[in-house]
Every structure is written in structure tokens, then in C-alpha cells.
Write a new protein. Structure first.
Length: 103
């Protein structure tokens, strides 16, 4: 159970770190794409025409990945808590069944 709780925390931390990195990445990509201004060099336009759809797709997916990593962390923690509750319930039940057991 402790391992599940620890891994749950790690995924939550990873999610937060990833979210911050994804935000910075998006900012830098936007800066790079817009820093050309009104430059009409054909090669720049050609590169950006090919690059922008890929960039947009990546920027769309990154926030979702942050959310999903956080959800994995929550579910690991929830599973650990459910195991702990089940274990405690078994201990309580068994102690009642044993003569002189504690309730």
C-alpha cells in the first residue's frame, strides 16, 4: 500500500512538473513561430506552413497528458486507500472470530 501511495504522489508531482514544462514549451514555440514577423522569405513561409500543424497538434496534446498523469496518481492513491480499508476490515472481522480477539 505504501508503494502505491508513493507512486501516486510521484505521478501527481510528475503531472505538475510536466504541466509547467508544457506551458513553457508552448510559450517558446509560439515565440519562435511569431518572431519572423512579416518576413516574406519564401523558405521561412514554407517551413512554417509545414511546422505549424505539427506544433499545434503537440500543443493540443500536452495539456491532456498532464491531466492523465495526474489521474493516474489519484487512482494509485485511491487504490492504496481501498486496500488499506479492506485490510483493516479483514483484521477486524478475524479478530472478532478468534476467541479473545479485539473488536
Amino acid at each position: 500500500m505504501d508503494v502505491l501511495k508513493e507512486q501516486g504522489k510521484r505521478f501527481a508531482d510528475l503531472s505538475a512538473d510536466f504541466g509547467a514544462a508544457a506551458t513553457e514549451f508552448s510559450s517558446k514555440v509560439t515565440e519562435c513561430e511569431t518572431s519572423w514577423g512579416t518576413d516574406s522569405v519564401k523558405i521561412v513561409k514554407t517551413l512554417l506552413d509545414g511546422y505549424k500543424p505539427v506544433s499545434a497538434a503537440i500543443q493540443k496534446v500536452l495539456p491532456r497528458l498532464e491531466v492523465e498523469l495526474g489521474e493516474i496518481g489519484k487512482k494509485l492513491t485511491q487504490t492504496a486507500n481501498e486496500y488499506a480499508a479492506a485490510e483493516q476490515e479483514q483484521i477486524t472481522t478475524l479478530s472478532k472470530a478468534v476467541p479473545g480477539g479485539h473488536s
